[in-house]
Design a binder for this molecule. Structure first.
Ligand code: SAH
Ligand code: SF4
Length: 404
C-alpha cells in the first residue's frame, strides 16, 4: 500500500492556505471575477465547471482562458481532497474512498450502489465525513477510536461529493442520496455542514433535493434545535443505540451532557415542526444493548412518535471486545418495537449501509495502537457495559481514543 505517503490523522503538514473553490458562496465567486473587470458569465462558467463538469483540475477547465486560470489557481484550490485509495467491495456495490487533505489528515467517504427494485429506482448513496476523527468517542466506532483531529472546511466536505459524482458521471450515473454518516459529528461542525448542505441543495450548484440528504447526530441537542429552526431541509437521523441512560452513557459518551430524554424531546420538536419523521439508528451489539429489557425500554420511549428505527448489526471494529447481535435477537428486538407500532427496519446485509464502516480504513492507516492501550480500553468497556446492564451509571466516561 501507499503507506509511506500517508500520514496518520494528527501528524500534520502545513495546510494549503488557499480556500477551496467549491466552498465559496456564489456571491464571493462572482466578485472574484467582477473585481478583476471580468464579465459575469465567467463566474457562471467557473461554477458549471465546479458542479457539473468532469474536470479534475483547473487546467482542464477549458471554458476559462489560461490568463484567468493562472490567477484563479493562485487564489483558490479547484479540489481540496485527494483520493489516495478507492476500494471496491460487496461485488462492486460499495466503493470506499480514502481522501488525503492538504495537511495530511485522512477522511473517508463511502459510495453505495443499490439496483432498481419493484418499488424503487436505482440509487447511489454517498456517505460523507464532516470532521477528521471525532471527539464523541463512541466505543464501537472506528472513528471514535481515532479521537478528534479537526473540523473539515466546507469545501473539504463538498469535494468528497464532487469526487463521487465525477466517478458516477463517467458511467452515466448520478448521485441520488447523501448522508452525513461518515467520520465526525456533523452537529459539532454545524456552520460548515450547513454551508455544504446549502450548496448541495442549490439548483444552480449541486441541485440535490432536500429529501435526499440525511444528517446523522449522536445527540447534540443545541444543534438539533438549530436545525429545527431552519425548517424541513433534510432528514434528521439520531444515533440512539440505547433507551436507558446508564447504557447510553457508555455507548455514546455525549449522553452525559445531553441525556436521552433531552435528545428525544429535541427530536420530537424537530418532527413536529418539520413534519418529517426522525430516523433513529441503533447499532446492535451482542449482549450489550440487545436484551429484551432494552427493546421494551425503546418501545416505551418511542411509542406514538413520528419515527422510524433502523437496527444495524454492529460492524466489527478492531479494538472492541464486542460482536454484532445474532440475527434472531435482532428479529426479536424489531418485533417488540413493531408491536408498539414503531416502524422498524433491519439492515441485514451491509454493515456499510449507514456508513458503519466509515473510519475503519482511516483507522487502519493511522497505525496500530499499543497493545496495553487496547487491553486497557477493552477492560474498561467490559466493566462499564456490565455495570450499565445492571442499571448502574458509572462515574467515569470511557476515554476516547486508544492511541495516547
Ligand atoms: N457522528 C454521527 C454521524 C457519523 S456515525 C453519529 O454518530 O450519528 C454514523 C453512524 O454509524 C452512527 O449511527 C453510528 O452509530 C454508526 N456506527 C459507527 N460505528 C459503527 C459500527 N462499528 N457498526 C455499526 N454502526 C456503526
Ligand atoms: Fe463520532 Fe458518530 Fe463515531 Fe460516535 S458514532 S464516535 S459520534 S462518528
Amino acid at each position: 500500500m501507499m503507506l509511506d505517503v500517508l500520514q496518520a490523522p494528527g501528524s500534520r503538514a502545513a495546510p494549503d492556505p488557499r480556500p477551496g473553490i467549491s466552498g465559496l458562496d456564489p456571491g464571493a465567486l462572482a466578485s472574484w471575477f467582477t473585481d478583476r473587470g471580468e464579465p459575469a458569465y465567467r463566474a457562471r462558467q467557473a461554477s458549471d465547471a465546479i458542479w457539473s463538469g468532469t474536470a479534475g483540475s483547473l487546467d482542464a477547465v477549458l471554458t476559462l482562458p489560461a490568463t484567468l486560470r493562472v490567477p484563479l489557481a493562485q487564489a483558490m484550490r479547484f479540489d481540496t481532497v485527494e483520493d489516495t485509495e478507492v476500494l471496491v467491495t460487496d461485488g462492486g456495490g460499495t466503493e470506499k474512498a480514502l481522501h488525503r487533505l492538504s495537511d495530511g489528515a485522512l477522511v473517508e467517504s463511502v459510495l453505495m450502489h443499490y439496483p432498481a427494485r419493484a418499488r424503487s429506482r436505482e440509487r447511489h448513496t454517498l456517505c460523507i465525513s464532516s470532521q477528521a476523527g471525532c471527539a464523541v468517542g463512541c466505543p464501537f466506532c472506528a472513528t471514535g477510536e481515532l479521537g478528534f483531529s479537526r473540523d473539515l472546511e466546507t469545501a473539504e466536505i463538498l469535494d468528497q461529493v464532487r469526487h463521487a459524482a465525477r466517478r458516477l458521471q463517467a458511467d452515466g450515473r448520478r448521485l441520488t442520496n447523501i448522508v452525513f454518516m461518515g467520520m465526525g459529528e456533523p452537529l459539532l461542525n454545524l456552520d460548515r455542514v450547513l454551508a455544504a448542505v446549502e450548496a448541495l441543495n442549490d439548483p444552480k450548484r449541486f441541485g440535490l433535493g432536500a429529501r435526499h440528504i440525511t444528517i446523522s447526530t449522536s445527540g447534540v441537542v443545541p444543534g438539533i434545535r438549530r436545525l429545527t429552526a431552519l425548517g424541513p431541509q433534510f432528514t434528521l437521523a439520531v444515533s440512539l443505540h440505547a433507551a436507558r441512560d446508564p447504557l447510553r452513557d457508555v455507548l455514546v459518551p455525549l449522553n452525559r451532557r445531553w441525556p436521552i430524554a433531552e435528545v428525544v424531546a429535541a427530536a420530537r420538536e424537530h418532527a413536529a415542526a418539520t413534519g418529517r419523521r426522525i430516523s433513529y439508528e441503533v447499532t446492535m451489539i451482542g449482549g450489550v444493548n440487545d436484551t429484551d429489557a432494552d427493546a421494551v425500554a425503546m418501545a416505551e420511549l418511542l411509542r406514538g412518535d413520528l419515527a422510524h428505527v433502523n437496527l444495524i448489526p454492529m460492524n466489527p471494529v478492531a479494538h472492541t471486545p464486542w460482536q454484532a447481535s445474532p440475527m434472531p435477537v435482532i428479529d426479536a428486538f424489531a418485533a417488540t418495537l413493531r408491536m408498539a407500532g414503531i416502524e422498524t427496519t433491519i439492515r441485514h446485509n451491509r454493515g456499510q449501509e449507514i456508513g458503519a464502516a466509515c473510519g475503519q480504513l482511516a483507522a487502519e492507516r493511522a497505525g496500530e495502537p499499543s497493545a496495553p492501550a487496547v487491553a486497557r480500553r477493552r477492560a474498561i468497556l467490559v466493566t462499564a457495559s456490565a455495570a450499565a446492564l445492571r442499571g448502574e451509571r458509572s462515574a467515569e466516561p470511557v476515554p476516547a481514543g486508544v492511541g495516547e
